[in-house]
Structures are given as structure tokens and as C-alpha cells.
Design a binder for this molecule. Structure first.
Ligand code: ARG
Length: 471
């Protein structure tokens, strides 16, 4: 082995596992093996987990109360050092677990060496990581509910603001802006519930599974599970140390959320364009152009849309890492954290940015309303009138309406601008009463079916959500 490959500072064996080694690792070995730059973010969870483990070792008589007291004190001191930015993180010590344990040894001496009794880094990291992901699910659910509140209060204020509803991004039928926003409330509320479910399902404690087979020490896994807020210990030691479906499930929930955020981001981009001009983002959520002084760009909405790519890619990355692994632990699993951290960082940013954009959004009711009348958007109302008043089968009414729309299109007028005589040329039985259904206001007011866009429905639903979500 050449000198270039060997880390000269590190020729001695690793102090945690080097008993059977005569030489140190090649420097590239250290580079590929060390995860401290990523997993140092787990320091709180690692200390919490170690404190619970040491307490349990003492209460089962596996270590003495004196040793436990020294360990507890040392771990608290380390938490202080890390919080103050004074902790000497070392790459040679690979990961957060060995960094903390090595420092504990420096601080308290021999008792530190007893902390790892009946434990392995495999159950240790699985526990730390579950704690982190569980908290991230709770944070995501809380942020989603804050976003739902912002959307529901905008919806309440715009329960009767008419806008075009689209299919294929072609004007379809008038809806209200409040109704449109409440559709996202439904999506994001389901997303929050998915995070709740994932957190609930992952709430079993791996600690005490040891390396893979359990331990011969008389440990109390119920005690550590309870101390760490888990419902129960994981029932199978192999599963406990080598499953990462909890992270995949959390990232699946994040990916679905990201697709919803991205769709709303896309709509904001469309709505803020000069061609639509439906809404205006606040200065706080717009950016200018360095060359075109008139520009107000919706960068935050675009970036929320783009984050979906990274979030989904993170879920993908972990699934691909895991899919070929024989049981139990394999070092591949160390790559779980970078993906998961990136996923939740992007998600958290996206959720907060979207909430801010929605809260600050101003609505151009005039532009929305005039667009709502374009594209013969009340044609379905005309067809429905023919069914109701002339007892026509809907298929026939559809055909008649199509002919009337063609006539309006050819003469360049909107449906309600046609004369009664024009319409009677197509269907002589049409009466003056038809004009009562051709305006966009009449159209939305008539959509009173459950889940429909009538302003009274929208107002009631928005209030229901606001009450349900609390403050
Ligand atoms: N840093 C490792 C990880 O994140 C900790 C577990 C190491 N276990 C082992 N047997 N080498 O996966």
C-alpha cells in the first residue's frame, strides 16, 4: 500500500474496534467509511438513547449506579459541548456514536466503557434514526396543518370569488377560488394524516436488539422503549437492526406531499403570469430580474416545484440502497441518513415557503371573474337547463348546446350575449328563462351538490376546516 493511500495521522488502530487490527485504514477507506459529517445531526438522539440505555443497565443491575451516574453526567457535558460548538468531531472516529463514546471516555474514564454493554452500533443507530424520523414526521404534519390553516382562511375570504375551473388547462366550468384552495386543504390534510400514520407505525424501539441476535444480558427492553417514547420494543432483533421501511414510508409521505406542493407551486407560477394575472405574490416572496426592471418572478413557487424532484429522488435513493440487502445490518444502510436528511430539509423549506406565499397572496377578483366567463364556461349550465325545462335526454341537450356554442363562436360573442332568436334557430322551445343560468354567478350558485363549488358550500367547508384545524 502506498503512502498516498494511507492516512499517516491514523496508522494506529481504531480505538473502538481495532483490537484485531495491526494497521490503520487507507485514507480513502476513512473517506468512504466515515459518516460523521452527515450523522452528527443525530447527536441529540444518540445522547438521549445512550442515557436511556445506561439507566436501564443500572436498574437491571448490569452496571452499578455509580457508573451510571458518571455516564449520565458525562453525556450531559457532551451535549453542552456540542451545543456550544466546542465538541472535537473526529473523522477517524467514523460516526456520531463513536465520537460521543470516545469523548465520554476522555471525560469519565472507565465507566464509559460499560455503556456499550448489551448494545451494538446497529441497534444504536437504528434507534437514533427512528427517533429523528419520528420527530421529522411530527414536524411535517404540524407544518402541513399550518399550511392548511393558511389555505382555509384564504378560502373563507374568497368563498364567492369566481374563477375559471379547468380541465386539460382549458376553461371548463366556473368555480370559486375558495373551492380551488380547499381542494389543496383536502390533499394536505391527507398528507398530514399519512405522516401521523407513519410515525405511529414506526413507534417500536430497536434498542436492545444488539448486533442482530439479541443479548445474553438480562436487559429490560420495555424500560428503554418507554423512556424513549416508543409504544413497545421491536419484536424481532433482525428486523429491528436491518429494516429501514420506517424511513422509506416517511419519505413516501414526503414525496406525495411534494407532488401536491409542486402542483400548487405550478399553479402559482401560472396565476402570477401577466397572461393570467389571477393573483399577486407579496414582495417578500417575489424576486426581480437583474436585467428586466419590470419583472416580478415567482422564484419561491418555482423552487417549491423543483424540491419535489429532490424529495422523490431521496426516497428513490434509499429504496435502491435497501432493495438488495440480505439480513441483517449492512454498511450500505449508513447511506440512509444523507437521503433522509435532504428529503426532510427540502420538505420543511417547501412547506414554510408555501405557507408564507399563501398567507401573503392577494387575489385579483376582476381578472378571475372575467376569465371565468371566457370559453363558453356556462355551456354545461345551458345543457342542464334543456334537460330540466324541456325534459331532453342529456346526450341530446349536449348536442343542441354544442350547436349554440358554435353559433356564438362564429359570431364572436359570449353565450349570454346571443339573442333568444339565435338560440331558437337551433332549438325553438328555448325561452327567455334560459338567460337566468348563463351567467357565471348563476352557474356557481347552482352547484350546491355535496362537495360542489356553490359559495355557501365553500364558506361552510372553509369554516369547518378552520374550526377543525384550530389555531
Ligand atoms: N455509522 C453506522 C451507520 O450509520 C453505524 C452502524 C455501524 N455498524 C457497523 N456494524 N459497522 O449505519
Amino acid at each position: 500500500m502506498s503512502d498516498v493511500m494511507t492516512n499517516s495521522e491514523n496508522k494506529t488502530e481504531n480505538q473502538m474496534w481495532g483490537g484485531r487490527f495491526a494497521g490503520g485504514p487507507a485514507s480513502v477507506m476513512e473517506d468512504i467509511n466515515a459518516s460523521i459529517d452527515v450523522d452528527r445531526r443525530l447527536w441529540r438522539e444518540d445522547i438521549t438513547g445512550s442515557k436511556a440505555h445506561a439507566d436501564m443497565l443500572a436498574s437491571t443491575g448490569i452496571i452499578s449506579d455509580e457508573d451510571n451516574a458518571a455516564i449520565q453526567k458525562g453525556l450531559d457535558a457532551i451535549a453542552g459541548e456540542i451545543e456550544r460548538g466546542e465538541f472535537p468531531f473526529s473523522k477517524a472516529l467514523e460516526d456520531i456514536h463513536m465520537n460521543i463514546e470516545a469523548r465520554l471516555k476522555e471525560l469519565v474514564g472507565e465507566p464509559a466503557g460499560r455503556l456499550h454493554t448489551a448494545r451494538s452500533r446497529n441497534d444504536q443507530v437504528a434507534t437514533d434514526f427512528r427517533l429523528w424520523v419520528r420527530q421529522s414526521c411530527a414536524d411535517a404534519a404540524a407544518s402541513l396543518r399550518a399550511l392548511c390553516r393558511a389555505l382555509a382562511s384564504k378560502a373563507a375570504a374568497n368563498a364567492d370569488a369566481v374563477m375559471p375551473g379547468f380541465t386539460h388547462l382549458q376553461t371548463a366550468q366556473p368555480v370559486t377560488f375558495g373551492h380551488h384552495l380547499l381542494a389543496y386543504v383536502e390533499m394536505f390534510a391527507r398528507d398530514a394524516a399519512r405522516f401521523d400514520d407513519a410515525a405511529q407505525r414506526m413507534n417500536e424501539c430497536p434498542l436492545g436488539a444488539a448486533a442482530l441476535a439479541g443479548t445474553s444480558f438480562p436487559i429490560d427492553r420495555e424500560q428503554t422503549a418507554k423512556a424513549l417514547g416508543f409504544d413497545r420494543p421491536c419484536a424481532n432483533s433482525l428486523d429491528a437492526v436491518s429494516s429501514r421501511d420506517f424511513a422509506m414510508e416517511a419519505m413516501a409521505a414526503a414525496s406525495i406531499t411534494a407532488t401536491h406542493l409542486s402542483r400548487l407551486g405550478e399553479e402559482l407560477v401560472i396565476w402570477t403570469s401577466a397572461q393570467f394575472d389571477f393573483v399577486k405574490l407579496s414582495d417578500a416572496f417575489s424576486t426581480g430580474s437583474s436585467i428586466m426592471p419590470q419583472k416580478r418572478n415567482p422564484d419561491a413557487a418555482e423552487l417549491v416545484r423543483a424540491k419535489a424532484g429532490r424529495i422523490i429522488a431521496s426516497m428513490n435513493a434509499l429504496m435502491i440502497v435497501m432493495k438488495g440487502l440480505p439480513m441483517a445490518y449492512a454498511k450500505d444502510m449508513q447511506e440512509d441518513k444523507a437521503a433522509t436528511f435532504e428529503c426532510f430539509e427540502a420538505l420543511g423549506l417547501g412547506l414554510v415557503a408555501m405557507t408564507g406565499m399563501i398567507e401573503d397572496l392577494s387575489v385579483n377578483r376582476g381578472a378571475m371573474k372575467s376569465a371565468a366567463g371566457d370559453g363558453f364556461s356556462t355551456a354545461t349550465d345551458l345543457a342542464d337547463w334543456l334537460v330540466r325545462k324541456l325534459n331532453m335526454p342529456f346526450r341530446d341537450a349536449h348536442h343542441v348546446t354544442g350547436a349554440i356554442v358554435a353559433q356564438a363562436d362564429n359570431t364572436g360573442v359570449m353565450l349570454h350575449e346571443l339573442s333568444l332568436a339565435d338560440m331558437q334557430q337551433v332549438e325553438p322551445r328555448i325561452t327567455d328563462d334560459v338567460f337566468s343560468v348563463l351567467s357565471v354567478d348563476a352557474s356557481i350558485a347552482s352547484r350546491t351538490s355535496f362537495g360542489g363549488t356553490a359559495p355557501e358550500n365553500v364558506k361552510r367547508e372553509a369554516e369547518k376546516w378552520l374550526k377543525h384545524l384550530g389555531s
